[in-house]
Design a protein around this ligand. Structure first.
Ligand code: C2O
Ligand code: CU
Ligand code: CU
Length: 458
C-alpha cells in the first residue's frame, strides 16, 4: 500500500460535464445533515473498544484462535440516536497495526479510519475516534488495515443509529452474517492460492452473530425488525426465510420510501437490509438460508443454511408498519449523463498472475471532486464476475443498472455491479473535504488493487 501515497500533486481541474442537483434535493440533503448537528442536550455515547486475540467458540467444544473486539465476535453492538456523538477509545492489543472504519457513516474524512487519513494504531497504542451520528440506519465497523486477515479473524461489529420516527415493530434482532474457512486443525485457514485470490475467501462454516447455524425463536403472531449485515469477505447472500414473504424496510442508508414485499433479497458483501419478518404461526420452522447465487467465481455454491427460525407460542402484536416510511428526493433525473467513469477491471500481471484494477491501475489515484458539485458516475464492470462497489463517507442513489432504473429509490453505500454491467450512481460531496476512497468490497479484490482514493476539495 505505498504506491498510492506518492502522488503529491494532482490536477484539480477536470474537464467534462458539471450538473446541478435539483434545488429540492440539495435542500433536503443539507437539512438532513444540519438536523444532525449535535446540540448541547445530546448525549455523548462513549465506549472503550479493544482488539485482541480470543478463543472463539462458534461450535460448542471446539475453540478457534481468533481476534475480537472486547473479547467477543461480533464486537459489541454500538448504538446511538441521530445527533449523538460517538466517542470510541480504541486500544490495539493485536500484534499488528490496525484501524477502525465506520462503514456507511458520514463521518469527517479524518475519522474514516483508512490509512489515507491516519497512521494505523500500532500494537499497544490507543486512538480516539469521535464524530456525530448523522443518519439513522444499520451500519457496521471493521478494520481498514490488512482486512483480508483482520475481518476473517473476527474483527467486525454492528453500529445502529436510531431516528426519531422509526416503525414500531414487536421486537428487533440484529443478524451479522459471516462465514469462515477452517483448516485441518480446525483453525481459521490462512489465505492462499489463486482460487481464493480470484474468488475471494468463502468459508464452509456459516455464522450468525458469531454462532454456527443457530436456532432463533420468534413468537407466533409477532412481526420483528431484522437488521441484517453481510460481514463476510466475499460471499453473496441471496437471503431466503423459508421461502416465505418478508418486507424490506431499509437498505444501507436507512429506510426506503415504502415497504417492499419479497421472498428473497440479495446482500452483496458489506450490504445491509432492514426487514419486517413475520407473522408466523406456532410450530412453524423456517430455514434462514442463502439461495445459490453464481457470481461467476471458479467455485460454485448450493443453497446453504445460516440459521433456523422456530416459531414459539403466540404473543400479541402491536407492530405498526406505515405505508410511507420516508421521502427520498431524487438527486438528479435518471437520464443525467455521467461526469465520470470508473472502470472495474481484471488484468494479467507478470509478477502476480493477475491484478484487480480500477481504470487499469492498482490502487488508482482518481481526480478530486468539488464540494457541492453533483457527481454522476458510471461504474463499469469490464470483468466477467460481480463486484460490490463501495463508496466511503457518502451515500449515493442508484440511477440506472444497464440503463434501467432500480425498482425503488434508496440511499446506498454498496451496490453490486454485475458482470459487464454499468451502474450509474449520483452523489453529492458536501463540505467534508479530505481524502476518501472507493473500492470493491470483496476483500481480496480490494487488497489486489481494486480500489481508488480521491480528494473532496473546497
Ligand atoms: Cu467496509 Cu473501505 O469498507
Ligand atoms: Cu491502498
Ligand atoms: Cu471485486
Amino acid at each position: 500500500m505505498s504506491s498510492h501515497h506518492d502522488h503529491a500533486t494532482h490536477d484539480h481541474h477536470h474537464g467534462g460535464v458539471v450538473h446541478e442537483p435539483s434545488a429540492d434535493a440539495r435542500v433536503a440533503y443539507r437539512k438532513a445533515y444540519e438536523a444532525a448537528q449535535p446540540d448541547p442536550g445530546r448525549r455523548v455515547v462513549a465506549v472503550d473498544l479493544e482488539a485482541r486475540a480470543i478463543d472463539w467458540t462458534f461450535t460448542p467444544g471446539a475453540p478457534v484462535r481468533a481476534w475480537g473486539y472486547n473479547g467477543q465476535i461480533p464486537g459489541p453492538t454500538l448504538e446511538g440516536r441521530v445527533g449523538d456523538v460517538l466517542e470510541v477509545r480504541f486500544t490495539n492489543r493485536l500484534e499488528q497495526p490496525t484501524t477502525i472504519h465506520w462503514h456507511g457513516l458520514r463521518v469527517p474524512a479524518a475519522m474514516d479510519g483508512t490509512e489515507m487519513v491516519q497512521w494505523p494504531v500500532a500494537p499497544g497504542e490507543t486512538f480516539t475516534y469521535r464524530f456525530r451520528l448523522p443518519d439513522a440506519g444499520t451500519f457496521w465497523y471493521h478494520p481498514h488495515s490488512n482486512e483480508t486477515v483482520q475481518l476473517e479473524m473476527g474483527l467486525y461489529g454492528a453500529l445502529i443509529v436510531r431516528g426519531a420516527d422509526e416503525p414500531q415493530l414487536d421486537a428487533e434482532r440484529i443478524l451479522v452474517l459471516d462465514d469462515v474457512r477452517l483448516d485441518k486443525k480446525g483453525q481459521i485457514a490462512t489465505l492462499g492460492g489463486l482460487i481464493e485470490r480470484h474468488d475471494g475467501r468463502e468459508g464452509d462454516v456459516r455464522l450468525v452473530n458469531g454462532k454456527s447455524e443457530p436456532e432463533l425463536t420468534i413468537a407466533a403472531g409477532q412481526i420483528e425488525r431484522w437488521r441484517v449485515i453481510n460481514a463476510s469477505s466475499a460471499r453473496y447472500i441471496r437471503l431466503s426465510i423459508g421461502g416465505t414473504p418478508f418486507r424490506i424496510l431499509g437498505t444501507d442508508g436507512g429506510l426506503i420510501e415504502a415497504p417492499v414485499t419479497v421472498t428473497e433479497a440479495l446482500l452483496a458483501t458489506a450490504d445491509r437490509l432492514d426487514l419486517a419478518v413475520g407473522p408466523f404461526s406456532e410450530g412453524q420452522k423456517l430455514a434462514v438460508e442463502a439461495l445459490p447465487y453464481f457470481r461467476k467465481t471458479i467455485r460454485k455454491r448450493q443453497t446453504e443454511r445460516f440459521a433456523t427460525v422456530k416459531v414459539g407460542p403466540a404473543k400479541p402484536s402491536t407492530a405498526v408498519i406505515p405505508a410511507r416510511l420516508r421521502t427520498i428526493v431524487p438527486l438528479t433525473p435518471a437520464s443525467t449523463p455521467p461526469t465520470r467513469t470508473v472502470k472495474l477491471g481484471f488484468k494479467p500481471s507478470l509478477r502476480r498472475v493477475f491484478d484487480f484494477v480500477i481504470n487499469r491501475e492498482r490502487h488508482h489515484r482518481d481526480k478530486p471532486v468539488k464540494a457541492g458539485e453533483l457527481q454522476v458516475w458510471d461504474i463499469v464492470n469490464t470483468t466477467l464476475m460481480d463486484h460490490p462497489f463501495h463508496l466511503h463517507g457518502f451515500f449515493f442513489q442508484v440511477l440506472t443498472v444497464n440503463g434501467e432504473p432500480p425498482p425503488w429509490r434508496s440511499w446506498e453505500d454498496v451496490v453490486n455491479v454485475p458482470p459487464r454491467a454499468t451502474v450509474r450512481i449520483a452523489w453529492l460531496p458536501d463540505d467534508r473535504t479530505g481524502s476518501w476512497m472507493y473500492h470493491c468490497h470483496i476483500l481480496e479484490h480490494h487488497a489486489a488493487g481494486m480500489m481508488a482514493h480521491f480528494d473532496v476539495v473546497p
